[in-house]
Design a protein around this ligand. Structure first.
Ligand SMILES: [Zn+2]
Length: 458
């Protein structure tokens, strides 16, 4: 064969290879993505996760036709690291955000950036002001809205601007209906201050919850309550100390947020986009409703009530049908799953697993161990066990979740196979952890004031 023929064969080979790479990489569909997260929403307060009060008719409707993940684990119990882990599919040690004011590392691959590269219009809208203080978070979206109307005086009508976020989100969807779009809406509800209108409060008033504690102690801490009801919350509610009263406020707040979701879903329907849209519902973290000394707050600890989140994925256009998945999954799996369902190949620096395989009933590896982080705590969890390491005290708590789901009886000093396995897994991150201690936040006075009013800062 002549060298000319060889060259032609080589040339054709390169063309074929390029075509194959293109076919593998190109998005397989043109689905839009509507991703709605709620701040501090516990799955066990939603109908689709077994709650017996009418908190979530719209979420339940989506869940009844979608995939419901029963054991989804957040990568922290604080808004800033959780939101960053969702966006980047990275653990806090990798994206670098432990608190408000921290910067997202340049080494991460944000979901919205990948989608933008694949022709998507991207937007983030939230009524949680704190997210705008995460440096670099906003730069990966075409549209970013995260403002609240802030006043020195507490004013139910002025404090939270969720009522503005929904119409803005609807307007953005209408404006982008002719292109592929990704919109992430993060509602502050049901996070403190749990303000909703009288109608919603009335809907849930008077329910009893058989709580462990009825007459709540006031927290010694002025702002953020550990060991008692946050003074700020008590003050807003005429020093009512009945835990049922506050749980009912929490539920009313969920119902209010659920109605916001209903408006977004109605908008998709009116624009004939329901079949062309992937809908994902989740939360950044859970909430302490009395257990382990945390009352209507979060952060500080890594118990299940603070790190378990709802996760629901629905898409008629992708033939997703109702299914409950018991496997443990993580927040960092959300981004690769969205990319997987859209047919976009996994990109670099994405650490989570593509749950599209789990949805199809196939096996997935890599997500069995979920790590969660706080500035002074790390945990590793499976559906069977959880180990929490306190870096301040160099101490461990170890729980068998199968017979102690409430994490009330730590098994200290266990040196059996499981404990050593979990300790070894945590050791890797514990070593890495050192270099991240002492991150200085850079918050402006206005940001500090805004975060203080949400109970975040002293
Ligand atoms: Zn939060």
């Amino acid at each position: 064969m002549s060298s000319k023929n060889n060259l032609i064969i080589l040339f054709l080979g390169v063309i074929l290879l390029s075509a194959a790479v293109y076919l593998i990489n190109r998005p397989r569909n043109n689905m839009n993505v509507v991703f709605v997260t709620f701040d501090a929403l516990r799955p066990d307060h939603l109908g689709c996760y077994g709650y017996n009060k009418p908190t979530s008719p719209n979420i339940d409707k989506v869940a009844s036709e979608g995939v419901v993940f029963l054991n989804a684990i957040a990568q922290s119990s604080h808004t800033a690291p959780c939101m960053s882990s969702i966006l980047t599919s990275a653990y806090p040690l990798q994206h670098g955000v432990f608190n408000f004011g921290d910067s997202l590392s340049g080494e991460v691959t944000p979901l919205s950036k990948v989608l933008k590269k694949n022709g998507y219009a991207t937007a983030f809208l939230s009524s949680h002001k704190g997210i705008s203080t995460i440096r670099n978070f906003d730069k990966y979206f075409d549209s970013f809205y995260c403002i609240w109307i802030f006043g020195d005086q507490w004013d139910d009508n002025k404090f939270v601007n969720t009522q503005e976020v929904t119409p803005l989100a609807i307007k953005w969807i209408e404006n982008n209906k002719n292109s592929k779009f990704f919109i992430w809406i993060h509602y502050l509800e049901p996070h403190f201050p749990m303000i909703s209108s009288f109608e919603y409060k009335k809907m849930f008033a008077g329910y009893r919850h058989n709580p462990e504690i009825n007459n709540l102690p006031l927290a010694a801490d002025e702002v953020y309550g550990i060991g008692g009801l946050p003074n700020r919350l008590a003050r807003l509610n005429n020093y009512n100390k009945n835990i049922d009263y506050y749980i009912n406020l929490y539920d009313a707040s969920i119902r209010y947020a659920d109605d916001q979701l209903g408006q977004i879903l109605n908008c998709l329907k009116a624009l004939h986009l329901s079949d062309k849209t992937l809908v994902i519902i989740s939360a950044d973290h859970g909430e302490g409703l009395g257990r382990h000394g945390l009352y209507f707050t979060h952060g500080f600890r890594l118990y299940d009530e603070l790190i378990r989140v709802p996760l629901i994925i629905y898409s008629k256009g992708l033939s997703i049908r109702f299914k409950e998945v018991k496997n443990q999954v993580r927040q960092i799996d959300i981004a690769p799953t969205i990319l997987g369902l859209l047919g976009i190949r996994k990109t670099v620096n994405i650490h989570g697993a593509n749950l599209a395989f789990l949805i199809k009933g196939e096996k997935v590896h890599g997500q069995e161990y979920a790590f969660s982080f706080l500035p002074n705590k790390l945990s590793v969890r499976t559906n069977g066990f959880k180990l929490i390491y306190d870096t301040d005290h160099n101490s461990y708590e170890f729980y068998n979740l199968r017979n102690d789901a409430e994490e009330l009886n730590s098994l200290p000093g266990r040196e059996d196979k499981e404990f050593i396995n979990f300790k070894d897994r945590l050791a890797y991150y514990a070593d890495e952890y050192g270099s991240f201690k002492g991150i200085k936040t850079r918050l402006s006075d206005e940001e500090k004031k805004a975060l203080h009013s949400l109970g975040y800062l002293q």
